[in-house]
Design a protein around this ligand. Structure first.
Ligand code: ADP
Ligand code: ZN
Length: 530
């Protein structure tokens, strides 16, 4: 183990410089550190890469005793502790992966106060042994990392986090600092309530990540579109590609490798050894692409991730923000690219419909999805919309997102919407049938293909009344109607059904504005990075 750091005078700025090698504090780091050093509680909301770690690591060195850091990221504890050892800070961790010998040794170091930080998994606090251990030493502070894991409606909820409210009951005099990169007001309030942080000072940093260029494109041939993005703008760059399913992770990684791009898969179905190995390679080697489910990424500290690409729609804006936030931690220009299509809406709605939990839970999921869809379909600045979602001052035009760089047109899609909705209505009323989007579009385009003729759909009055739009444009219409709740899908085949709001459109009480679909998209490419 490294030798103890000499921290003369225990001045935070001196520690920042001597131990961590940085010149100045960033943002509110100093105020946060002073709050905790002074024995007060803090709730810190700071975007990924903002510098949360120092906010508890420096107080850990200033205050007497050992700082106990609660983190759900067991796979990263070793790395975090190694990084501290590298700068001469004494730290250890306890989790289920440790051998008994090492565990005993770390416990002894904790009791003797020979380390300054002890990392623990939240589930450890459920064991009486760990609680006894903590009671046998002197605790400088509790740091609760990834504190949004306590939010039950959130995307990373961990039941073990709920038990963390006991820290305050058992150790009322030990200051606590809770940290997260998730920023909605609701999550923020939930953290404060559930962790019993009534008297904590709140530190809310700006959530803007100006170096990230946000782009959301129409999904056509997602893997090809991705390849095009990589070749034209990110050759040789490190990046993360998110896919919804394990199967699609594997297929996408294979596809990239076949096309000469260094890519690795990561998902919970892979053998733990393979997973850890791929993660290690991604962190240590240059220019690797990790193709992953959202199981990958929390706590990954790789500064030069140049792009985050989503081949499937994230379930919420929070998720999207967290995942894209892994790009550009070093502050250099980076891309957040999402390919989104009709099928995504159908699939996500289906997942919600089939999800466990009660009605309130499903409604909550649907609300999150709607916000995400609104971000996809907006004709306004994406960054503005993203920040507004987090309740932060809105920017009018950021100049570094696709809608600012290439403003999309909006058009009055009311008539198109009426045609599409009438088709669904007629199939139901006149034939008592339900179909997916493809059949309605074929009918509108007047296509006399087998399925249309077989069902006699060429005799419907709506047959052939939609030739003014292309198939791609019609798919855009369906997608936007779904996104706006003017149409719904049900069942395993994604059949279209009307909603209560559909009637308002059919009854001409409501106009429907839509985003113009590019007729001939350049494989999803938008302007070059500056
Ligand atoms: P977060 O946990 O908020 O995502 P980290 O604590 O991992 O962020 O910090 C992100 C990066 O910024 C790290 O490489 C860290 O060393 C660096 N950093 C943090 N504070 C400062 C500072 N005051 N000056 C320079 N670099 C800093
Ligand atoms: Zn913008």
């Amino acid at each position: 183990m490294a030798s103890p750091v000499e921290v003369r005078g225990k001045d935070p700025l001196e520690i920042l410089r001597r131990v961590f090698g940085y010149d100045e504090f960033r943002g509110s780091q100093r105020e946060i550190i002073d709050q905790v050093v002074g024995g007060g509680d803090a709730l810190v909301l700071m975007p990924t890469g903002g510098g949360k770690s120092l906010c508890y690591q420096i107080p850990a060195l200033v205050r007497d005793g050992v700082a106990v850091v609660i983190s759900p990221l067991i796979a990263l504890m070793q790395d975090q502790v190694d990084a501290l050892h590298a700068v001469g800070v004494r730290a250890g961790f306890l989790n289920s992966t440790l051998d008994l010998d090492i565990r005993r040794m770390v416990e002894a170091e904790f009791r003797a106060g020979e380390i300054d930080l002890l990392y623990l998994a939240p589930e450890a606090l459920g064991s009486p042994g760990t609680v006894r251990l903590l009671e046998s030493g002197k605790i400088a502070l509790f740091a609760i990392d990834e504190a949004h894991c306590v939010a039950q409606w959130g995307h990373d909820f961990r039941p073990d986090y709920l038990a963390l409210s006991m820290l305050h009951e058992r150790w009322p005099d030990v200051p606590r600092i809770a940290l997260t990169a998730t920023a909605t007001t609701a999550t923020h309030e939930e953290i404060a309530t559930r962790l019993d942080l009534k008297d904590a000072r709140h530190f809310v940093a700006s959530f803007d990540r100006p170096n990230i260029q946000y782009r959301i494109v129409s999904k056509r041939e997602p893997r090809r579109q991705l390849l095009d993005l990589l070749r034209t703008e990110h050759a040789g760059d490190a990046g993360i590609v998110y896919c919804l399913s394990r199967a699609s992770v594997e297929k996408t990684a294979e596809f990239l490798v076949q096309n000469g791009i260094a890519a690795l898969p990561y998902h919970a179905g892979l053998d733990a050894g393979v997973r850890a190995g791929n993660q290690k390679r991604f962190l240590r080697e240059d220019g690797l692409i990790m193709v992953a489910t959202i199981a990958f990424g929390m706590g990954i500290d790789k500064p030069d991730v140049r792009f985050v690409a989503h081949l499937d729609l994230p379930k919420s804006v929070e998720g999207y923000y967290q995942e894209t936030g892994r790009a550009g931690r070093d502050g250099l220009p980076s891309t957040a690219w999402l390919a989104y299509g009709l099928q995504d809406v159908v699939q996500q709605r289906k997942l919600i419909e089939g999800s466990e939990g009660d009605q309130a839970h499903r409604r909550n999921l649907a609300g999150h999805l709607d916000a995400m869809l609104a971000l996809c379909e907006t004709v306004e600045c994406r960054r503005g919309q993203l920040l507004a979602y987090f309740g932060q001052a809105q920017v009018e035009k950021c100049g570094n997102c696709d809608t600012c760089l290439e403003p999309p047109e909006s058009w009055d899609g009311t008539i198109a919407a009426q045609k599409l909705l009438s088709t669904v209505l007629r199939l139901k009323r006149e034939r008592n049938q339900k179909f997916g989007a493809g059949q309605s579009i074929d009918i509108l385009l007047g296509r006399q293909n087998e399925k249309v003729v077989q069902h006699g759909h060429d005799s419907l009055t709506v047959f052939g009344i939609g030739t003014e739009l292309s198939e791609a444009q019609w798919r855009g219409v369906v997608r936007q109607l779904l996104a706006q709740g003017l149409l719904a899908v049900e069942g395993d085949y994604g059949t279209l059904v009307l909603t209560d709001a559909s009637a308002e459109v059919l009854g001409r009480q409501r106009t429907v504005m839509m985003r113009r679909e590019p007729e001939r998209p350049a494989a999803g490419r938008t302007p070059k990075q500056k």
